[in-house]
Design a protein around this ligand. Sequence first.
Ligand code: DX5
Ligand code: ZN
Length: 230
Amino acid sequence: MAWAEWVTQGGAAVEPSIYAADFARLGEQVESLLDAGARIFHFDIGDGHFIGEITIGPIVLRSIGGTVHERGGVLDCHLMVSQPERHFESVRAAGGDSVTFHVEVVDDPQRAATRARELGLGVGIAFNPETEVERAAAAAAGMDVALCMSIHPGLSGQAFMPEALDRIEKLRSLVSDTVLVQVDGGITAENAAAVRAAGADLLVAGSAIFWQHDPTAAYLGLAQIAEAGA
Ligand code: DX5
Ligand code: ZN
């Protein structure tokens, strides 16, 4: 499925965050999640500048791109990097379907969005816990996704920041209905319903899926909560 088609079909979804996967068994884990119905995967690219961690990049993206696309899935790339535009082309070439970059590091979000669209990528704007929601909401105009971080970006496995719930609600009220609200960080089976109720469409989950004894069952549990609705 193409990104545009995926986005317009709307609805809630849980996005397994590849960053938390067991990389010795990555292909197998992705296949199992596809079997369970996952069709959007979250892929974190971090540069060691904007965040302290160097994460994963186009080579790993390429290694799962074929399988995900063959099964009708999309790869939603979260760029936690200081110069996101530098990476759009390589992300696209490696099979990325969308890029979400941070409002804190771009002078002109609309220019960056146009560049992404020219390359055939979907586009989103992300913002950190310290950033004003209004700033992100304004930047999200015309984009597919607005990503509210519910942790400080960097690592999987951090606790959800409860104040994110008000920020999600505010974001949902400020952006147009055509913008999907995405939440990333610390989502678990315990807080997923509240996150949905606050207005989130897309729930990113890393440790709550991949660090569980049975990642597929954990995904299915979260997906059920997400589908149950806001
Ligand atoms: C970290 C990444 C997240 C991360 C989420 O900054 O952006 O996508 O993998 O992991 P959890 O769900 O464990 O917080
Ligand atoms: Zn992320």
